[in-house]
Structures are given as C-alpha cells and as structure tokens.
Design a protein around this ligand. Structure first.
Ligand code: HEM
Ligand code: NAG
Length: 489
C-alpha cells in the first residue's frame, strides 16, 4: 500500500530507461543527424504538418551530408548510389511502406499503391504499354496534346493577356491526361469551363494534408475522432472527380490508344471498380504534377534574371513547324530539352521522400548497415542539389548546364524527378510531351512576364502529401504577343 504512490513514477522511469537504452544501442547511431532524431520523430512530424518536410530534410542534408538520420527508424539519402540501391535493386527496388495506403481510391489498391514487387509487377505488365513513348508519339495521342496546347495559347490571347495561369496549366494537364485515359470522353476544362473546370478545381484545391498525415500516424485515433477532426482538418473529398471517372469508365467506345481501352481487355480479369480506381489514380497523378512543374518553370523563365534563357527558347521553338508535333517531340530540340530538364531539376513536382522499407536481412547503403524494416528514402529536391561537382551553384536556374556534353551522364544519373527503376513514373513520356508542346505553343507566340501583384512568398514551395505547390495557390503572368522584330535582336 505504501508503495502505491511510487508505482506510477517508477513505471515512467522504467519506460524512459527502456527508450534511452534502445536509443543508445540502435545500430543506426553511427549515422549522422541531429541528436533528437535518435529519440523521437516529433520534430520531423512537426515539419510535415507545417507542409515543410522537404526543406527541413534538405537543411539536414546540407548540415550532415548525403546520409542523415531523420527519426529513430528513418533515414534520408541523397546520393546516386542510394538511389540505385533503394529504387532500382532487383528491378523495382525496395518495397513501399504503408504511407502509400493513404492513396487508395474507391477502397482499392492501384499500381501506385501496391506495396510489394509481385503485385506491382502484375499490374504494371498491363499498363506500361499505353505509356510507352512509342504509344505517346503516335499521331492520335500526341495530336490531342498539341491541340490542347494550342487551346492554352488561345486562352492566353483571349484573356486580356493577364492569366491566372497556374489554374490554366492545371486545366491543360487535366484535359491532356483525360484525353489519354478516356478519349473521346476527355474533358475540356480549358475553354469550356463549367463542370469540367469544377472537377479540376476540386482536385487542385485539395487541402487534406494534415488530416491524412493524422490518419497515417494515428489510425485508431483517426477512426474515433474523425468527426471532430473534420472541424480543423478536412479529409480528401473529390466527389465530382469520383463520379466523372465512374461515368467515363462506363462508355464502351474508348479509343484504342487509351488506358481505359487497355484495362478493360477481359484477359486481365480486372473488375469495373479496379479499372475505375486505376484511372482515377492516373488522373490525379497527372494534374498537379505536370501543372505545377510547368507553373514553377514558367514563373522562373519569366523573371528578369532568366529573360536571356526565355529569348533563346523563343528563337528555337519559332523555327519548328507547329504542324509536326511528333517530329519535334521525337527528334528533340536541344534548348527546349535543356529548359525542361533544368525545370524538373530545380522544381520537381514531387520533391519529397518516396519511402521504402529495407528488406529482410538488412542492406548497406552509402557505407552504413541498416537493419530490415528501417524506413529509407531519397527526395528529388536534395538529390538534385547536394552534389555540387555535378550541379555547381545548385540553387541557380541555368538550363545551359545541360548543354555541356561533359558531365552529361552524371547529370542524368542524378535526375530523380520521375523517380527511378521499375516503380518510377509511368507517365513520364506523357508528361514530357505535354511540357514540351505547351512551352512550344506559348513561347513561339508570347513573352511571359510576372505580374506586379505577385510576391516571392506566393511561389514558395508548399508540401502536400507527396507533391508540392506554390504556397499562394495562384500565379499571375502577363502574356505579351511576340513581334517579329523582337526575335531579330
Ligand atoms: C512532371 C510531371 C510528373 C512528375 C514530376 C511525376 C513524378 C512521379 C514520381 C516521382 C513517381 C514515383 C512516386 C513514388 O515512388 O512514390 C511517379 C509515379 C507515378 N506517376 Fe508520375 N509524375 C509526373 C506526371 C505523371 C503523369 C502525367 C501521369 C499520368 C498518367 C503520372 C502517373 C504516375 C503513376 C501511375 C505512377 C505510379 C507508378 C508505379 O507505381 O509504378 N505521372 N510520378
Ligand atoms: C522550414 O524548414 C526550414 C529548414 O529547417 C526552416 O528554416 C524554416 O523556418 C521552416 N519553415 C516553417 C514554415 O516551418
């Protein structure tokens, strides 16, 4: 009885001693990092909830180097060797963590949300073909994209030359991806607006970061408290998009180049909800990524410091014939390619960690042995900046670094914007075609300039669950029609 008041403090002491023992004896202690990362993940979570994970981890890389411990069981890397091991070993690298459960749609797992290699490989065998570059550059798929790029330029010309153009780019990316998924039932949010634009806005203005992080870290509390939580942090809700995809998947006249047409082939044995889930996932994956990658890139190209790059880009794209989109995407245009690469390097639309588990038996990465079950990742933002021998002056936007044949292989090895290996971005060639055709459509007709009401703070990187967007959620540019004379300078 006398001991009862002592019981609680003793218990707490024992727990603290146990935590301390575990912290002191962890095999990860050799790895550099802030002292508190040995004991707790709270600082990391704090930055995550403030939409600041990417910057925080980058700061740690700058201080501690390319291998850094960020939480008791979590490690971040930024070297080419780590990328190869984590994302490419055995073809598709290490298995994904349950973080990806947050991206399930209609309660189903899609290619993106499968966690282990085998499930992933099975789904990828069905899908890959529709995103192969040889499919993207065929006249129908590519012609559809070129048509939408022309519509974007038309919208710029119509709207009094001041364009809320982040939204315009999301509309463009939305129309392009739905064309590839559902043609002839793609959207026209660029010029028609209405219902299609409403879907695009619903997906673009999603603000579910905190709610979904809470669900990830404290699933039981989330189940019990979700009604209360709703008052402070909204869950992801996209009813218009959900319905649109279910409806589009019902149509039975989809064009042979579309993903829908492929998924529905009976041989694959996918039920209608699997098909819809896969399409919804690709639709979501294709809007903010391509939209914001273009937005950050065009914002940068519009700055006075980058005007000389814009002039050279204009000169190059004006020389091509607009009626041959495929020859220009296939053959490549050196300056345009360099601008796109540098845009993806400086502003990767998914700048954040792509978390994976160290497989059974443990692995050695960057010289550090990591036991099975450790969470490891690389974030494109840091992979693109940490090696200053390959990317000197890494925070400066300079497309011309890509024109130097020396170091080309090293630069490409470190380009991680589309991730790498078997689980890298399946939509890469579609995204690249969209970006190039849009830049060609705009810069063969206009000079773009930042609007005076815009601030640096509007364009700060704001992390979402995995992608990142301009913090102000708006981007205003002025589109000034090009005069012949400007190009003769
Ligand atoms: C500039 C634009 C884009 C960027 C920077 C980008 C980046 C990425 C990255 C980094 C991943 C790997 C994610 C991870 O491991 O967690 C990924 C996967 C994926 N992306 Fe993209 N993406 C872009 C455009 C697109 C487009 C247009 C589509 C359209 C269909 C798409 C569809 C997908 C899918 C389905 C996956 C999952 C692949 C798999 O698990 O096998 N992406 N993307
Ligand atoms: C984000 O993280 C960086 C680096 O740790 C820090 O300097 C900055 O103050 C943080 N911003 C916010 C909004 O927490």
């Amino acid at each position: 009885m006398l001991l009862a008041p002592l019981l609680l403090p003793l218990l707490l002491l024992a727990l603290a001693a146990h935590a301390l023992y575990k912290a002191l004896s962890s095999p990860l202690n050799r790895i550099p990092g802030p002292w508190y990362a040995r004991l707790t993940s709270l600082v990391l979570k704090w930055h995550e909830f403030r939409a600041n994970r990417t910057r925080y981890i980058h700061e740690l890389h700058l201080r501690y180097g390319p291998a850094v411990r960020i939480a008791p069981r979590e490690m971040a890397f930024a070297s080419a060797g780590a990328v190869r091991e984590i994302y490419c070993s055995g073809g598709s690298g290490f298995d994904k963590t349950e973080f990806y459960d947050l991206f399930r749609v209609y309660g189903r797992r899609t290619m993106f949300t499968t966690l282990d290699k085998d499930h992933h490989a099975r789904r990828k065998r069905i899908i890959a073909d529709r995103y192969a570059n040889s499919n993207i550059v065929r006249p129908k798929p590519l012609g559809g994209i070129a048509e939408r790029a022309a519509k974007f330029a038309q919208r710029c010309a119509q709207s009094g030359l001041l364009v809320e153009f982040q939204l315009g780019l999301h509309a463009y990316a939305f129309d392009c991806v739905t064309h590839h998924l559902f043609h002839p039932h793609g959207t026209d949010s660029l010029l028609q607006g209405g219902k299609d634009e409403a879907i695009m806005r619903e997906v673009t203005f999603d603000d579910s970061l905190q709610n979904r992080l809470f669900q990830h870290y404290w699933p039981t509390a989330h189940r019990l408290l979700h009604k209360l939580l709703y008052l402070f942090a909204k869950p992801r809700e996209t009813p218009l998009a959900d319905h649109f995809v279910l409806d589009s998947c019902n149509a039975d006249d989809s064009a042979p180049f579309t993903l829908l047409d492929r998924l529905r082939e009976p041989a694959h044995g996918l039920d209608p909800l699997d098909v819809a889930a896969e399409c919804l996932d690709h639709m979501a994956a294709g809007i903010d990524t391509t939209g914001d990658a273009l937005c950050f890139l065009m914002w940068e190209v519009s700055q006075p410091r980058s005007m000389r790059f814009q002039r050279k880009l204009q000169q190059e794209v004006r020389q091509t014939k607009a009626e041959s989109p495929s020859s220009f995407v296939v053959d490549g245009m050196p300056y345009l390619d360099a601008v796109v690469m540098e845009g993806l390097r400086c502003f990767p639309a998914i700048p954040m960690s792509l978390p994976r588990y160290v497989p059974p038996g443990g692995r050695t990465i960057d010289g550090y042995f990591l036991p099975a079950g450790t969470i490891v990742s690389c974030q494109p933002y840091s992979v693109h900046r940490i090696d200053t021998a390959v990317f000197p002056d890494p925070d400066t936007f300079n497309p011309e670094r890509w024109l130097d044949p020396k170091g080309d292989a090293e630069r490409k090895r470190l380009l991680f914007a589309f991730a790498n290996g078997g689980r890298g971005c399946v939509g890469k060639h579609l995204a690249l075609a969209e970006m190039k055709l849009l830049l060609q459509a705009v810069y063969s007709r206009f000079t773009t300039l930042p609007d005076a009401t815009m601030t640096e703070a509007d364009m700060e990187m704001s992390d979402q669950l995995i992608s990142s967007r301009p913090a102000g959620q708006r981007c205003l540019l002025r589109f000034v029609p090009l005069q012949e004379s400007e190009l003769l300078e």
